[in-house]
Design a protein around this ligand. Structure first.
Ligand code: TYD
Ligand code: MG
Length: 459
């Protein structure tokens, strides 16, 4: 039975026989019949791959010179940075974000930039009328750009347009409005989204068009979100920000053409998005009026060091189960730090509500933020400010020991640049050669607790 899928094929005429023979009955050739094992024994043809063979793919060695794809600069520096140094030719980029966060604004500014820099650029909108886009362009001051507009939602018409016009860069705003006529479900459904994006991306790869797709993040409901197509594109960018804040962060979560986790920082103004070149100054806020419960974290976002202020509030709870709320950082991470403080350092927050927030609307995901979060908590708990000249970084392990953080040099350098003269960091962190800041090294979280002093009953 194991041989069920084996077949004997004449290499001369291609005739298939169930058993081997010295002479092919079909063409009369001698010694031309060779056994060919089928590809699959899993089931009948149509249900499995069956016995039919495909074409053999060409194999090539790993070594070899490959030119990096040419990059197009949009002139919007923070966008180029998030892309990994400009838009790679022929790449597919997904730009996701909440509705109203500024995706269309960012896209229009960047597209106008590429058009101005000489690339043939087409912006296809399925959401807004041409008049609306023109009004926005006037407000953004990019009306003079040779960018071409289309308002269209039919996938077939969009592909035909791109095929005829042969742009170097094309943007589709948004993928949820696309409608592919070969798929029988409503626009915005998972099936429509997958089919439309698959067609667009394979078209763009064949024609070397750089393709930018805008997708709305959806919380619930009938509309599929951009996550279902993340695997089909080269680069995934998310545009994030708090509604009440004017700051917006463009974060690369996947990038086949550059580092992931790179961020671009923008500010939403009356005339569109303006770049923030020095994010640390922004996230640190006003350092003059400092209250207890704040600690400065020397972080790394992508390839760039960024200093942020972490704020904590520890207050007596009136609830049976005290509240733990984290804005801009991981609540599981906060729970872990609280558990280590309790188990290893004897500091208990059992009867206290705890709130932790990251200033400026940034999201901090690095484990190296642990030490700063702990410092902010202890500072609020003891009602004692952290030193004004100090910045913190370091990861807390479950044993209470501090683990060194990667790229310590870059963190220390940025902190020095912003005038911090004291760095609290894990033991064994090396000082900068020629650096001016004093390193204050800590072995365990307990060492940090001792800096704040313990109240009676917590020794
Ligand atoms: P938009 O780009 O339309 O968001 P999205 O495409 O992500 O849904 O931006 C919407 C918001 O941005 C809108 O509430 C108004 C604000 N905005 C400004 O504050 N300044 C501007 O210059 C522009 C164009 C928009
Ligand atoms: Mg929009």
């Amino acid at each position: 039975m194991a041989k069920a899928s084996a077949r004997y094929v004449c290499q001369n005429c291609g005739a298939v026989t169930p058993r081997w023979a010295g002479r092919c009955d079909a063409c009369g050739g001698w010694n031309t019949i060779v056994e060919e094992a089928g590809l699959s024994v899993a089931g009948p043809e149509g249900k499995s791959l069956g016995a039919k063979k495909g074409r053999k793919a060409a194999l090539m060695p790993l070594a070899g010179e490959e030119a990096a794809p040419p990059r197009l600069s949009s002139g919007v520096g923070e966008f180029d940075r998030a892309l990994g140094g400009g838009l790679a030719q022929g790449s597919a980029v997904l730009l996701g974000g909440d509705p109203g966060i500024g995706k269309s604004t960012l896209m229009l500014q960047a597209m106008a930039g590429w058009a101005r820099n000489g690339a043939k650029t087409i912006y296809v909108s399925g959401e807004e009328a041409a008049a609306q886009i023109r009004m926005r362009a006037a407000r953004l001051g990019v009306s003079e750009s040779p960018l071409m507009l289309a308002t269209e939602t039919n996938l077939r018409d969009i592909l035909t347009t791109l095929d005829a016009e042969k742009p170097a860069v094309a943007a589709i705003d948004s993928i949820q409005t696309l409608w592919a006529d070969h798929v029988e479900s409503a626009p915005g459904s998972v099936a429509q989204l997958r089919a439309a994006v698959h067609e667009l991306v394979s078209f763009a790869k064949r024609r070397e068009v750089a393709l930018l797709l805008v997708g709305h993040v959806t919380k619930e409901g009938q509309i599929a979100g951009p996550r279902v197509v993340e695997h089909m594109v080269d680069t995934v960018l998310y545009f994030e920000g708090e509604r009440g804040h004017q700051f917006r962060i463009l974060r690369a979560v996947k990038n086949r053409f550059g580092p992931a986790d790179e961020i671009g920082v923008f500010e939403m103004t009356g005339a569109g998005l303006s770049e923030v070149r020095n994010p640390s100054a922004l996230f640190l806020g006003d350092r003059e009026k400092r209250a207890p419960g704040a600690a400065v974290f020397a972080g790394i976002e992508g390839t760039r060091p960024v200093l942020v202020e972490i704020q904590a509030l520890v207050a007596p709870s009136s609830l049976g189960t005290p509240r733990r709320a984290a804005v801009g950082c991981d609540s599981a991470r906060l729970a872990m730090i609280l558990a280590v403080l309790e188990a290893r350092c004897g500091v208990s927050f059992g009867a206290q509500d705890i709130y932790v927030a990251v200033s400026g609307g940034l999201r901090v995901t690095e484990p190296a933020a642990d030490l700063a979060i702990a410092a902010a908590l202890l500072s609020s708990w003891r009602d004692k400010s952290t030193p004004a000249e100090a910045a913190f970084f370091g990861e807390v392990s479950l044993s209470g020991a501090l683990r060194p953080a990667p790229q310590a040099d870059a963190r220390i350098k940025e902190a020095e640049k912003l005038g911090f003269t004291r760095i609290l960091a894990p033991d064994k962190t090396k000082p900068l050669s020629g650096g001016t800041a004093r390193l204050d090294l800590l072995e365990t979280l307990d060492d940090l607790v001792n800096r704040f002093g313990r109240p009676p009953g917590h020794e």
